[in-house]
Design a protein around this ligand. Sequence first.
Ligand code: DP6
Length: 357
Amino acid sequence: MRAQGLQNASEQSRTGVTGSTSASSGQGSATACANIALAKYWGKADRTLNLPAVESISLTADSLKTETTVHFDGDLAADEVVLDGAFAEGRSAERITRVLDWVREEAGLKSRARVTTYNTFPTGAGLASSASGFAALVGAAYQAAGLDVDAAQVSRRARRASASAARSVFGGYVRLAAGVPGDDSLAAEPLFPAEHWPLRMLIAVVDRKKKATSSTDGMERTRLTSPFYDAWVTEAPKYVEEIRLGLAARDLERVGRFMERSTLAYIASALAADPGIVYWKGSTLDVYHRLRLEREEQGLPVWMTMDAGPHVKALCEEADADRVRALLHSLDAGIEEIIEVAPGPGLQLHTCHASVC
Ligand code: DP6
C-alpha cells in the first residue's frame, strides 16, 4: 500500500489488504472475503452514488471467498463474464460491466474485459456474495488497468457497486459510515484487526436457492413504502455505537444484544413494506428460537443475525463454537450446511503474469 493504499507493510498488517494494483499490464487477479454485518445497512441516502442511509459495522468472513481475474483484451467485442463456470447474463452482467466502465474511464482504456469469478459459497442466496464479488472485481480491474490506487479508492468504487462490498476491502472488523447525498468520497474503514478478537460466526444455511428479492430492491421498497423505515434510520445509530463499544471492550453480550436489535429492527421495517419483504423460511425461525432458548435457559452465549436471505448466523466466542455447531447439527430444522467463519483478511491482490492469470 502507498499512503493509505495497497503497498505499505505496516498498513497491510493493520488492514489485511495486500498486493499492488499497479503490478500488471492487462491482467489482474484478486481474492476478497464476504462480510457479515453486526450493525446492519438497510436503505440508501443516495441511489445514484449508492450511499447508505445508516452506518454499519461488519466482520470480514474468512471462509466465504470470491476469486476474480480480469483481463482487458483489445480483441473482445464485449465484456465476457464467467461466474462460477457459467456465462453471466442480465442484471449481474450489467452490474459488472458498469464497474469495468468506471475503471476504464479512470484509466482511459477502451478494451473490453474477460472476467472469471468463483465463489467458495452459494451465490446470491443471502451469503453476501455481492460484497466479496465486487470487492474482488474492483481490485482485479484496477490491477488489470495498471492503475496505482489506494485501498480507500478500491473501497469507494466497490461501495458504488454494492455498499457492503466497500467493507470487504478490509480485514477484521470494519465500519462504513452513513453517506452524505451527493458526496462520492465515502469509503469503509478498518475498525479493529482480525487479531483483536477471534469471534466465530456459525452460518446455518437453510436454503441454497437464489433469493427472490435482491437486497438492493428490498431496501428500496422498504424506503419507499414501509411506515417503519424512518424509525429504523433514526434508531440504527444507537445500535452501531453499542456494537462499536462492545467490540472495543470485547463484550460479547453487548455486541450480540445490539446485533440482534439491529437485525430485528431492519427486518421489521422490511416486513412492513408493500408488498412485505419476507426472507425467512420456517426453518429460519426454528433455528433462531432454538438458539435463543439455549441462551436464555442454558446460558449459552450466542446471538443471532439474519441478512437478505433465510440463513441464521450465530455469533459466539471461539471456545463455544463446538457447542453451537453440535446444537445446530442436532436440530431437525432443514439445515443444509453449517459454515463456520472467523474474522478474515482484507482484499488480496495476486501478482499476475500474462501466462497464468
Ligand atoms: C442485509 O450491500 O447487498 O446484508 O448496496 O444495494 O448492493 P446494495 O446492497 P447490499 O446490502 C446488504 C444488506 C444486508 C446488511 C448489510 O450487509 O449491512
